[in-house]
Design a protein around this ligand. Structure first.
Ligand code: 5GP
Length: 199
C-alpha cells in the first residue's frame, strides 16, 4: 500500500536462475503486507514445487479459456511453455490492502508497462547476477535443467539483459543478503511515496 493509499504491484524480472524466487521468498518473510502472484502455467511441475504456491498448473485448454475470458492481465510463451498472470488474484490482494509481487519474464513486463494494461501502480525491478558466468553456474547447481535447456535459458538471459531500460530499479544478486536488503528497501521506499507516478 503506498502513501496515496493504493496497492502496488512489484514486477520482478530477471534471467532464469538469477535467484528471484529465493530473494522474493526471503523478503516476504521479513516484510509484512506482501502477497505473491501465483501464475498459471502449462509447464510440468518441478519436484520441489507446490501447486497453488509456486504456480497453478493447468492444461493448454484451460489456458485458452482463461485468455478467452479475459482473466489474464498478460501471458507469454516462454521456451514452449505458457505462463500468465491472474487479474482476479491481484485484485483480491489489493482488496485485502496488501501489495503484490509478480515474478514474470521481460516480455510480460514490457507488455504491462508499454500497453498500460494495468490500472494500478506498478514498480519494475530487474534482478540478476552480475555476469552470465555466474548465471551458468547457478543453473548448473540448481540441477533442474539439462545442458541444452541451460543453453536455451542463457540465450534468453542475454536478450533479457538488453531490456534493462524498461525497469525502475536494478538489484544485483551476487550476495543473497545484499539482494534481499536492496529489494526490501525498494519496497519500503515505494510504500512511502506520496505521488502516484508509477509507470
Ligand atoms: P520457470 O519455468 O523457470 O519457473 O519460469 C520461466 C520464466 O517464466 C521466468 O522468467 C519467470 O519469471 C517467467 N514467468 C513465470 N510466470 C509468469 C507469468 O505469469 N507471466 C510471464 N510473462 N512470465 C512468467
Amino acid at each position: 500500500m503506498h502513501g496515496a493509499g493504493k496497492g502496488i504491484a512489484f514486477v520482478i524480472c530477471g534471467p532464469s536462475g538469477a535467484g528471484k524466487n529465493s530473494v522474493i521468498k526471503r523478503v516476504m518473510e521479513i516484510l509484512p503486507g506482501l502477497s505473491f502472484s501465483v501464475s498459471y502455467t502449462t509447464r510440468p511441475r518441478r519436484a520441489e514445487e507446490h501447486a497453488g504456491v509456486d504456480y497453478n498448473y493447468i492444461s493448454q485448454q484451460e489456458f485458452d479459456r482463461l485468455i478467452a475470458d479475459g482473466e489474464l492481465i498478460e501471458h507469454v510463451t516462454y521456451l514452449g511453455d505458457r505462463y500468465g498472470t491472474s487479474r482476479a488474484q491481484i485484485e483480491e490482494v489489493f482488496i485485502r490492502g496488501e501489495d503484490v509481487i509478480l515474478n514474470i519474464d521481460v516480455t510480460g513486463a514490457r507488455r504491462l508497462r508499454q500497453k498500460g494494461l494495468v490500472d494500478f501502480p506498478a514498480v519494475y525491478i530487474f534482478l540478476t547476477p552480475s555476469s552470465l558466468d555466474q548465471l551458468h553456474d547457478r543453473l548448473k547447481i540448481r540441477g533442474t535443467e539439462d545442458k541444452n535447456e541451460i543453453k536455451r535459458r542463457l540465450n534468453v538471459a542475454k536478450e533479457e539483459m538488453d531490456a534493462l531500460w524498461l525497469f525502475d530499479y536494478l538489484v544485483i544478486n551476487d550476495e543473497f543478503e545484499v539482494a534481499v536488503d536492496e529489494l526490501r528497501s525498494i519496497i519500503i521506499t515505494e510504500r512511502c511515496r506520496l505521488v502516484d507516478d508509477h509507470g
